[in-house]
Unconditional design. Structure first.
Length: 393
C-alpha cells in the first residue's frame, strides 16, 4: 500500500522535507505518493510542486488551504509553530494521520488538545524530531543502554552561539507570542535529554532576554521579546541530574558541549549532524582510558542502525562520518518520514509521538517560566533561621 500524502507549508522547512522524500525515493524506500502541496502563498506552493516534480517524478496539485484537499491518508505539517494547532486539528478531525514539525505547539495547552484529539480520532500524531536520528546519537544511546559508562548520574547540554544581535533564520523566531527561539531550538535538546536518560521529573531554571532588538539580513531592526538565554537543572526519575545551558545571544566564541557521565566513565557527544566521532572514556583502576573505535564495537556487539538509516548512510555501524550538511539533513528527515509512514501502514506508534513531542514543549516552557513559578532568593537563606545544610537538631 502507498499512502496519499500532502505537505502543508512550503517554505524552508517544507523544502527540506521534499528533499528528504527525494532521498527515500532514490533509495527505493518511499511508501507515500505526494499528491498535494498546500501553502497560503500561491507562488510558494508552485515552487514546491516544481521541486517535487524534479525529485519525485510527479507534480502534486497545489492548494492554498488544507480544507480544499480531498482523499489524503497522511500529511506533513511544516507551517510556523503558531499554525500547528489549527492545521493539525483540522487534519486529525478529517481522519488524516499527521507528522508535525517540531515544536509540536507553542503552548502546552494546545499540545494537550492535539494529543487528545489524536487519541479520540485514533489517528497517528508524530513529531518530526531529527536530532535523535543522527547515527552518532544512535551510537551514544547504545553505549548508554549497554552501561558502557556505567550508571549515568549526570548529563550536560551546553550550547552557546555567537548569534547575538542578529536575527536567527527568521524574525518570528524571536517573538514570544509564537513560541520564541528558546522553544524552537530547545525542544531538540529536551528530546535528547529524555532519549538518553529517560523521563524528567523536575526542573529548576532561569532565563532572560538579552537582545530586545535583532537585526535582520535586510538590515532592518526587529523587536525581540522571546528569551534568548536559558539555564536550568533537570532531575530525572532515574535519579540522574542534568545541566542545561543555551545561549542564542552570544558575542565572541561559540561553544558546544554534550556529555554523559556514568559510574564507569564518560561519553562526549559532538554537535548534531556533524558526524564527529564520540569520545568514550573508561576508568580502569586508577586511570582513565579513551577508547578507540576497535575497542567500542565489542562492547555493543548487537548494535546496528535500523534498515532505513543504514541504507541512507550506507553502513550498518558508523563511528563517524564526513558528509555535506544538506545530505545529512535530508537523510535525518527522511528517517523520521519513513518511521511515520511505517507507523501508519502497520498501525503502530511512531518513535516520537505527540505525547513525547508535548513533553519537550513542556520542558522548555517550564525552564523559561521557572523563575516566575518557583525560585528561592539568596536573601531567604541569609536571613532564615532554618536554612543551613548542616544544622544541629
Amino acid at each position: 500500500m502507498t499512502l496519499a500524502l500532502g505537505l502543508v507549508g512550503c517554505g524552508n522547512m517544507g523544502t527540506r522535507h521534499l528533499k528528504a522524500l527525494g532521498r527515500l525515493k532514490d533509495c527505493d524506500l518511499l511508501k507515500a505518493d505526494l499528491v498535494a502541496v498546500v501553502d497560503s502563498i500561491e507562488a510558494t506552493a508552485n515552487q514546491a510542486a516544481d521541486l517535487a516534480y524534479a525529485l519525485l517524478g510527479r507534480r502534486p496539485a497545489t492548494y492554498d488551504d488544507l480544507s480544499k484537499v480531498q482523499e489524503l491518508d497522511a500529511v506533513i505539517v511544516t507551517t510556523p509553530p503558531q499554525q500547528h494547532h489549527e492545521v493539525v486539528s483540522l487534519a486529525l478531525s478529517r481522519g488524516i494521520h499527521v507528522l508535525a514539525e517540531k515544536p509540536l505547539s507553542v503552548s502546552v495547552r494546545e499540545g494537550r488538545e492535539m494529543v487528545a484529539l489524536a487519541t479520540q480520532t485514533r489517528r497517528i500524531l508524530a513529531v518530526a524530531e531529527n536530532y535523535r536520528r543522527d547515527p552518532m546519537n544512535r551510537l551514544a544511546k547504545a553505549l548508554v543502554d549497554n552501561q558502557v559508562i556505567g550508571q549515568p548520574f549526570l548529563m550536560v547540554q551546553h550550547s552557546f552561539s555567537a548569534s547575538g544581535e542578529w536575527v536567527i533564520i527568521s524574525p518570528w523566531r524571536h517573538r514570544k507570542d509564537v513560541g520564541g527561539i528558546a522553544l524552537d531550538m530547545g525542544v531538540h535538546y529536551a528530546d535528547l535529554f529524555e532519549y538518553f536518560c529517560g523521563p524528567v521529573d523536575y526542573i529548576m531554571g532561569a532565563s532572560q532576554v538579552v537582545d530586545g532588538i535583532r537585526i535582520g539580513n535586510d538590515g532592518q531592526q526587529y523587536m525581540a521579546d522571546a528569551e534568548d538565554l536559558v539555564l536550568g537543572v533537570l532531575g530525572f526519575k532515574s535519579g540522574t541530574l542534568g545541566s542545561f545551558a543555551m545561549s542564542l545571544a552570544g558575542r565572541g566564541e561559540s561553544a558546544f558541549y554534550r556529555a554523559i557521565y556514568g559510574t564507569r566513565g564518560s561519553l562526549n557527544v559532538g554537535p548534531d549532524r556533524t558526524g564527529r566521532a564520540l569520545v568514550v572514556t573508561i576508568r580502569e583502576g586508577k586511570a582513565d582510558r579513551q577508547l578507540a573505535e576497535s575497542d567500542v564495537w565489542p562492547l555493543i556487539p548487537h548494535f546496528q542502525l535500523d534498515p532505513v538509516s543504514a541504507r541512507l548512510f550506507e553502513a550498518e555501524r558508523i563511528f563517524s562520518y564526513a558528509l555535506d550538511w544538506p545530505l545529512v539533513d535530508a537523510n535525518l528527515i527522511a528517517i523520521e518520514q519513513a518511521d511515520f509512514f511505517d507507523a501508519v501502514l502497520t498501525d503502530r506508534s511512531p518513535e516520537v509521538d505527540g505525547l513525547q513531542g508535548l513533553r519537550s514543549v513542556a520542558l522548555i516552557n517550564a525552564l523559561v517560566q521557572a523563575k516566575r513559578t518557583s525560585i528561592v532568593h539568596i536573601d531567604t537563606f541569609l536571613g532564615g533561621a532554618d536554612t543551613s545544610l548542616a544544622r544541629e537538631d
